[in-house]
Design a protein around this ligand. Structure first.
Ligand code: F6P
Length: 324
């Protein structure tokens, strides 16, 4: 492998820049050329790229977003789109790719590699933390801290007005952000897709906490929660059944994807990305790098895109105990 391409794809996440920096600098360290592709698979299809050297990535380790920009490419889902991308890489003499993104990125990368025999290595970057083969994904820790900081602020106004707040957080079909930020921010209840709490139990619990003397409460709701109502309907339902609650809704939205990466995310991104380049230089392909129990590991891209990263349900029990 003489020339490595790198791109970021799917929803951006804080720490992607630290990952790009580490890929580019590791290539420079091993005297290997590095090419950045803009807007993920879309830039590979249109040949929108930039030659990168160690100095191209100065002053970005601390920046949110991604200097290579990101996209969810529809064209790459087609055989023709992937063939165009492969041709562009061959023309540019790029003989392997590092893909920084989530499971959709890895699925696309695996099909691409099988069809065109171009080795790829995945680096998990998503705030959702829902990737098999790694205990942490790049951006998750920063997103958690953003959420906790936001809920702390909501708590101030909730307690001043004796209100109940439903705070919706991201995570797609996974409850990692909700569960961990909920515990960190001291939420009364945490609703996640992996566990159906049920409406009755939610009402019981809110009623119990009222009786226990709580005057304000925060319920963290994962956007993928399966309770059968969206967060606004849920707040309405609670107001109707427990009229003494003055309920409000806050949807945190895309602020969860922005901001300076935490030190944890910067170190994680750096470790994963150095490993990704080294795997390619060792002749490996179609793997995703991950961190399990603080050790760098790898699994097949196939496992990474199909497997499920299990949530620690014991955290629900912890939350229940602590909201007594
Ligand atoms: O996968 C990251 C994520 O932020 C999810 O948590 C969320 O469901 C989704 O992306 C939002 O996507 P978009 O930015 O395209 O609206």
């Amino acid at each position: 492998v003489r020339r490595i391409g790198v791109m970021t794809s799917g929803g951006d996440s804080p720490g992607m820049n630290a990952a790009i920096r580490a890929v580019v600098r590791t290539c420079a360290y091993y005297h290997t050329d590095c090419v950045g592709y803009y807007r993920g698979f879309q830039g590979m299809i249109s040949g929108d790229s930039v030659n990168m050297n160690a100095r191209s990535v100065r002053n970005i380790v601390n920046q949110g977003g991604t200097i290579l920009q990101s996209a969810r490419s529809k064209e790459f889902l087609t055989k023709e789109g992937r063939a165009k991308a492969a041709q562009n890489l061959r023309d540019a003499k790029v003989d392997a790719m590092i893909l920084i993104g989530g499971d959709g990125t890895f699925r696309g990368g695996q099909v691409f590699s099988e069809e065109h025999d171009i080795p790829v290595i995945g680096v998990p970057g998503t705030i959702d933390n829902d990737i098999y083969g790694t205990h942490y994904t790049i951006g998750y820790d920063t997103a958690l801290n953003t959420v906790v900081e936001a809920i702390d602020k909501i708590r101030d106004t909730a307690s001043s007005h004796n209100r109940l707040f439903f705070v919706e957080v991201m995570g797609r079909d996974a409850g990692f952000i909700a569960l961990n930020s909920g515990i960190g921010a001291g939420a009364e209840e945490i609703l996640i897709p992996e566990e159906d709490l049920g409406l009755e139990r939610l009402l019981d619990s809110l009623e119990r906490s009222r009786r226990a003397g709580k005057t304000s409460s925060i319920v963290v709701v994962s956007e993928g929660d399966k309770i059968g109502k969206n967060v606004f309907e849920l707040a309405e339902y609670v107001k109707q059944n427990l009229p003494y609650y003055d309920a409000r809704v806050t949807v945190l939205g895309h602020i969860q994807r922005g901001g300076k990466p935490t030190c944890f995310d910067r170190v994680l991104a750096s470790r994963l990305s150095v490993k990704a380049v080294e795997l390619l230089l060792d002749g490996e392909k179609d793997l995703m790098v991950g961190m399990m129990n603080n050790e760098m590991q790898s699994c097949s891209l196939d496992q990474a895109s199909k497997g499920k990263h299990k949530i620690n349900k014991d955290l629900l029990r912890i939350s229940e105990i602590l909201s007594t």
